[in-house]
Ligand binder design. Structure first.
Ligand code: DGY
Length: 325
């Protein structure tokens, strides 16, 4: 059968699909994100779709591409797919959970630490020739030791972030989630709190929830106003969960202390975005899972989903399990 991949992924995944006897077409990376019409035209001629990067998969897609038998996402997030439509059209959708949890949490931790020491700004000072002498009171950061980290969405990635914060800085862990996480409460002494308590008690808020209608734009003016003026906001989930203008205003008014973003709204962030010059802001270009080991593991899992789906078997990591009745 024929498999269409929207972007170059690690070769190991592509080879696995070929070894299973399928024909693979990879859309060239230089032209991504793939235009909608190109995606549809290609998918009309293929049996499976592997999405690496952003592509909206909605009802219209399934209507126009009835031959697509399965969709494999090269990501843990599945907010780009209308799952109800996929299920209605009997298309199983797979993602790549677990294998990227540690790497993504590492990125959240990296941003937290970088913001706390104004690291990107201080690096730019060297590039700009502004490192003249030792300055006892210039561009000081804040300590993280013994502070409180508030995890918004304590699933696998949130758990890894909480664990690192506790191990490295003996941070107290509080969290807000759809349901209580007993494992985190037992292993990390994490405490479940209301959303308002998370906002008012956290020294660092780290975002790990899925993007849903409930979480879209949840970090807005009202939310930032309830945070501590010394608080750091870290988002490695989805840029659509915070309102960028409200975040900028909160930083301008010293309503919060700093922000670390691996995801932005919109994405990619424009190179002229003023946030890039703020001393207390660190931005990365959505590199959460970008290590060789993790991307290889994601490619293997995404390929396993394709191979199973084309055999008519249950996907190893299925997102819309209702599709199996
Ligand atoms: C994920 O795995 O969801 C990453 O954010 C890439 O989309």
């Amino acid at each position: 059968m024929k498999v269409f991949i929207t972007n170059q992924i690690p070769e190991t995944g592509i080879q696995m699909i070929k070894d299973a006897g399928h024909e693979v077409t990879v859309f060239p990376s230089e032209q991504t994100p793939i235009p909608r019409d190109v995606l549809i035209e290609n998918c009309k001629k293929h049996d499976a779709l592997l999405v690496a990067g952003f592509a909206k998969i909605d009802e219209d897609f399934f209507l126009q591409c009835p031959n697509i038998k399965m969709v494999s996402l090269f990501s843990v997030g599945y907010d780009s797919v209308d799952l109800a439509a996929a299920t209605k059209h009997k298309v199983p959708v797979g993602n790549t959970p677990d294998v990227l949890s540690k790497a993504t949490a590492d990125t959240a931790f990296l941003l937290m630490l970088a913001v706390s020491r104004k690291a990107f700004y201080n690096y730019k000072k060297i590039l700009d020739g502004r490192w003249k002498q030792f300055e006892p009171v210039a561009d000081l950061g804040i300590d993280l030791h013994g502070k409180t980290v508030g995890i918004f969405g304590l699933g696998k990635i949130g758990f890894e972030m909480a664990r690192k914060c506790k191990a490295a800085f003996d941070m107290k862990v509080i969290y807000h989630n759809r349901s209580q996480n007993e494992n985190a409460e037992r292993e990390l002494s994490a405490k479940y709190v209301s959303f308002d308590e998370l906002l008012s008690q956290s020294d660092v808020i780290s975002m790990h929830a899925n993007l849903t209608p409930e979480t879209k734009g949840i970090f807005n003016k009202d939310a930032f106003a309830k945070m501590k003026p010394t608080a750091l906001f870290v988002n490695t989930g989805r840029g659509n969960m915070h309102n960028e203008n409200d975040l900028k205003e909160a930083l301008d008014n010293a309503t919060i202390w700093g922000a670390g973003l691996d995801v932005t709204n919109p994405e990619p962030m424009n190179k002229d975005n003023p946030l890039l010059l703020y001393p207390n802001v660190c931005v990365l270009p959505h590199i959460g899972s970008a290590t060789q080991e993790t991307r290889n593991a994601m490619a293997v899992l995404a390929a396993q989903n394709v191979i199973a789906g084309l055999k008519g078997e249950k996907l190893p990591t299925i997102v819309n399990k209702e599709v199996y009745g």
